[in-house]
Write a protein that binds this ligand. Structure first.
Ligand SMILES: Cc1ncc(COP(=O)(O)O)c(C=O)c1O
Length: 390
């Protein structure tokens, strides 16, 4: 039972592990690109649950699909077949590249699956090679393997000893990747746009070069599309900007429109899992898959891929006026960087003015709004940011 004299924030201090700092607001409902706190104050949401709520909040078709599925069959385990899971796999394969899917519940789990695939593939096809090369500054999740794969030691160092077999190189530096490759290397794992560190897109030609290097050296290319996937960048998947295909691709975040679901897709070359190799109790249950199918249906039907590209250009083109040192991004995955260390204060002032933005550090602000955002809402956000930035 709650203690009436305590606020939600005070109770959170008492009952929740303090794994991260929260902003001083308690949200109780949302609609479209707006969310509302417990006193009814409205906020325009340019963060969308960190690139999750592709269709905004409380989208009627996602809500209806979830309600319908909840009243039909929520969960069975993967001991049996369920239609929504097979249908979702078919849709994702059709949209991306010839492959098969494994479903889980988060981005970290999707990347764990990719790492296990790479290690097994290395045993089968590369003399037991197991090392994965990833990028400095990358983010792949918080499990022990994925936090080690990620290139931000501040997240992994406190938890040593860390799993062996991860090597980090500078992003967008093909020569560094080539130099780090050895007979131990089994795969390269990259985000097409590095998200968590503040939106750093792959330079033109980089991923094409990496793909070719992987082909020449007989390595797997794993693309972590947890943040870039599902139309966020103005294409269904980030790799589609680069004219290449990955061997393995991971998804999560936007896939369920807010309902937890992750996926790992592997092409026939990399599809090495056999019965007993991997699993997840909840992964791809009918409820999550019904939500994801509704999200994909609406994104396609409502032309949200082109819309994300268009709104992304609009946002990108207007952000320079905020006095930012640099504006970076692709589609509705944008960031800007202040010269002075004021991003956190900017985030707080925006919140007080009814706008949600995400300061990834003291200098950079990330904007990953719902794909349904309108030009009018972008104008409203820019007005608020313009006033706050003065
Ligand atoms: C590129 C990328 N990979 C993996 C993850 C981890 O996803 P999750 O938090 O769902 O485990 C994230 C989360 O921010 C991400 O941005």
């Amino acid at each position: 039972m709650s203690v009436p004299s305590e606020t939600t924030a005070q109770q959170a201090d008492r009952y929740l592990m303090q794994t991260g700092r929260r902003l001083p607001v308690t949200f109780v409902r949302g609609s479209g690109c707006m969310v509302y706190d417990e006193v009814g104050r409205e906020y325009l949401d340019l963060v969308a649950g960190i690139a999750v709520n592709l269709l905004g909040h409380a989208h009627p078709e996602v809500a209806a699909a979830v309600a319908r599925q909840a009243a039909t069959l929520i969960h069975t385990s993967n001991l049996y077949f369920t239609e929504p899971q097979v249908e979702l796999a078919r849709r994702l394969v059709d949209l991306s590249f010839p492959s098969r899917a494994f479903f889980c519940n988060s981005g970290a789990e999707a990347n764990e699956a990719a790492i296990k695939i790479a290690r097994k593939w290395g045993r089968m096809h590369r003399d037991g090679a197991w090392e994965i090369i990833s990028a400095e500054g990358s983010f792949h999740g918080r499990t022990l393997a994925t936090v080690t794969a990620g290139g931000q030691p501040r997240y992994s160092e406190p938890f040593g000893p860390l799993p062996d077999g991860f090597v980090h190189v500078r992003f967008n530096d093909l020569d560094a990747l080539k130099a780090a490759t050895s007979e131990r290397t089994v795969a390269v794992m990259l985000e097409p746009v590095m998200g968590e560190i503040g939106i750093i897109p792959a330079s033109p030609g980089y991923l094409e070069g990496v793909r070719k290097w992987c082909d020449d050296q007989n390595l797997l290319l794993i693309l972590d599309e947890v943040q870039t996937g599902l139309a966020r960048t103005g294409r269904w998947f980030g790799f589609q900007h680069h004219g290449i295909l990955p061997d393995v691709m991971t998804l999560a975040k936007g896939l369920g429109g807010g309902v937890p679901i992750g996926a790992c897709l592997a092409n026939p070359r990399a599809d090495v899992f056999e019965p007993g190799d991997h699993g997840s109790t909840f992964g791809g249950n009918p409820l999550a898959c019904a939500a994801a199918l509704a999200v994909l249906r609406v994104v396609e039907r409502d032309g949200l891929i082109g819309h994300a590209a268009e709104m992304g250009d609009l946002l990108h083109g207007s952000l320079a006026a905020l006095g930012a040192k640099e504006v970076r991004g692709l589609g509705l995955m944008q960031a800007f960087e202040f010269e002075a260390p004021k991003a956190k204060a900017f985030q707080q002032s925006c919140l007080e003015s009814g706008l949600i933005v995400n300061a990834v550090d003291e200098h950079s602000v990330r904007l990953v709004p719902p794909l349904i955002i309108t030009a009018k809402e972008i104008e409203r956000a820019l007005n608020i940011m313009g006033k706050v930035a003065q």
